[in-house]
Design a protein around this ligand. Structure first.
Ligand SMILES: [Zn+2]
Length: 203
């Protein structure tokens, strides 16, 4: 899979320097720039990479890395760099990733349970329950409801893969047994809690 990633640079701060350019000796156009590099994935800022600076002369265009500067300029670089904060947007990627993880681990299961409990608490003829028991997947279809008891027909077929339940044979006219089996609603809730009731397909 092709993943587009790379590093981009953002200018955090520019300060004018009193020292002349070491090459053309021009004063007044000598500046210190502090940059922050950031790793991106598909252009979404993912992680701040490194913060660094460059001395640049606006007159002759000469640049100088801080490690080659004189002690005074080095100190100026260090103190200026310290004042620059990493922009918060550079943590956008980890923030999105954390939100997705919270959704998948905590919110989605709650929403799924609420949706299934809504059907179990208001059962209607025609609702189809996907069930797995002893590694076999099959369907239960509500035939009728009487008080707290739900009468269901079981699919004649079963499969060892969940996606097999989508096959046409499971949804043909005579796919279900002629006999109904009673279930208390509390039993259906128990099946959900035991991870046996996987989904409800309401008509
Ligand atoms: Zn210069």
């Amino acid at each position: 899979m092709l993943i587009v990633r790379g590093i981009y640079r953002r200018l955090l701060r520019t300060e004018d320097l009193a020292e002349p350019c070491f090459l053309c000796l021009c004063t007044g156009k000598h500046q210190l720039h502090i940059y922050q590099d950031c790793m991106h994935v598909y252009w979404i800022p993912f992680f701040p990479h490194r913060k660094k600076g460059t001395f640049e002369c606006g007159h002759c265009g000469q640049t100088l890395e801080p490690e080659f500067a004189n002690p005074g300029m080095k100190e100026r670089y260090r103190s200026t760099r310290k004042k620059c904060r990493t922009p918060l947007f550079m943590f956008t990627g980890p923030a999105i990733f954390t939100l997705l993880l919270v959704h998948v681990l905590f919110i989605a299961p709650i929403l799924q349970r609420n949706a299934i409990m809504e059907h179990v608490n208001h059962p209607r003829p025609g609702d189809v329950y996907s069930i797995v028991q002893e590694k076999k997947y099959f369907l239960l279809r509500i035939e009728r409801v009487s008080g707290d008891t739900v009468f269901m027909r079981q699919s004649k077929l079963s499969t060892d893969k969940r996606r097999g339940l989508k096959d046409g044979e499971f949804h043909s006219k005579d796919a279900y047994s002629a006999f109904t089996k009673p279930f208390l609603r509390s039993e259906l809730i128990e099946m959900y809690d035991k991870n046996e009731l996987l989904e409800v397909d309401a008509e």
